[in-house]
Structure formats: C-alpha cells, structure tokens
Design a protein around this ligand. Structure first.
Ligand code: G3P
Ligand code: MG
Length: 234
C-alpha cells in the first residue's frame, strides 16, 4: 500500500484539502495527515507547532483560534496556484476522505504532554460526530501516551506507533498498546529489524520514502505500507 504523506507533500501544500485531492488523483488509497488543537480546542490539520513555515501567519497553532487559523493562506508558500488554500479542520479532512473513499492515517501531534489528553478527546469526539467508518481510520503517534489514551477511549480504532529510533526492547515495551502497526523512519530500517517487527504480527510502515526505485527492497523485507510525499511516482 502507498500512503500520501501530509496529503501529497511534494505535489500540493502539505496537510491541505488540495493535497488530499492530489493523493486521490495519484490513485492511492491512504493519506497521512497531522492533527493538533487550535486555541479554542478545534482539531486542525497542520504539522508544525507554529504556522510560519506553511502559512502567511505567525505564532503557535495552540495560541490561535480557529477563526485566526482559517484567515491564513496555507497554499501560496508552496505555489501561486494554491493561493487561498486554508488549514483544514479535522472534520473537513474526514469528510474529504469519506467523499473520496480514502483511508486516513491520522497522526496525533503532541508537542507537549499537557496537550495530549484534550487533543485525543477532541479527535475522538470529532470522529464520532462525523460517523467516520472506523475500518478506514488509523490513529498514529510518536507519543505512547496519546496511543494509550486512544486505546482506552476508542479501542476499536487501529493504532500505529511512529518511531525514528530503535532499541532492543522496543517491541516488548509496545505490547500493552495492542498496536496494529509500527511506522518507522525508513533510514533506520534493516532486514533484521523488519523481520523482527513482522514476526510480532505488526503491520510495517515506513516514512518518508520518495525514491520509488527502493520499493522492491522494502517490500522484500515485508514492508506493508510506504508513506511518501510523491504518491504519483509510486
Ligand atoms: O507518520 C509518519 C511521519 O509523518 C512522521 O513524521 O514529522 O512527517 O509527521 P512527520
Ligand atoms: Mg506526520
């Protein structure tokens, strides 16, 4: 399987509805997007802790309310043709995935520990409000705390742990989370580690691979899902 990273980050401004449309046009069935809370507790789709890199605004996402975030241009920084693109709410992104029959890998971004509980609460509330098909949803996070909360509040939605490090006891330590998948930085994956992950029964995902000539190597190691900025090239 191929997943469009942040929508389709090489083809459209990341984490926007335009990116989701590019993923659809590439013919793929999965997207990955990042969620955080606005100051007024609305889950919004944006990667960084601040809005500077991907909008024409300034400040922390968590210090701006939805109205302030929605007033920003989240497209022009990428290319003029995307001027006027906005930061989507989680609700808008879920509705887009429903419309296009896409699976959503929703990365729960946790820049500080206090933010985890309110974020997971609101994410789960929003998914419930939309009545999004849970078989098309995967919660992922670098935060084991966030995933444990997902597990306790909404155990039926699959969970994936994201990592950019590896340790001998990682797989043992993760067992209580009853994960569906492990999402690992492709640069630290080798065949031995891939085999040990697959032997536990976990699905194996890698990020962020943008060179399609490496597909065969990773699929031979048992990789189930490749997260890429360039879904069209895959
Ligand atoms: O979900 C995998 C990948 O998105 C994790 O890193 O920083 O791109 O959110 P990042
Ligand atoms: Mg991400």
């Amino acid at each position: 399987m191929i997943t469009g990273h942040r929508g389709a980050a090489a083809l459209a401004p990341e984490n926007t509805l335009a990116g989701i449309k590019k993923a659809v046009a590439s013919g793929i069935k999965w997207i990955e997007i990042d969620v955080q809370l606005s100051a007024d507790n609305i889950p919004v789709i944006i990667h960084d802790r601040t809005v500077q890199r991907c909008t024409n605004g300034q400040g922390r996402v968590g210090d701006l309310n939805l109205g302030e975030l929605k007033a920003l241009d989240a497209g022009s920084w990428f290319a003029a043709e995307f001027a006027g693109e906005t930061i989507p709410t989680l609700e808008e992104a879920l509705l887009a995935c429903q419309k296009y029959d896409l699976n959503m890998n929703l990365e729960i971004k946790t820049y500080c520990e206090e933010a985890v509980k309110p974020l997971v609460d609101k994410v789960i509330e929003t998914v419930g409000t939309i009545n999004f098909p849970i078989e098309k949803l995967l919660f992922s996070s670098f935060s084991a705390i966030a995933l444990a909360q997902c597990q306790s509040l909404y155990p039926d939605v699959r969970r994936g742990f994201i990592t950019e490090t590896k340790s001998a006891d990682m797989l043992e330590e993760l067992k209580p989370l009853a994960l569906y998948s492990l999402h690992i930085d492709h640069r630290i994956l080798d065949e031995v580690l891939a085999t040990s992950i697959k032997d536990t029964g976990l699905k194996l995902m890698i990020w962020t691979l943008n060179d399609p000539t490496k597909i065969d190597k990773y699929t031979a190691w048992g990789v189930d899902n490749i997260i890429t900025d360039k879904p069209n090239a895959f």
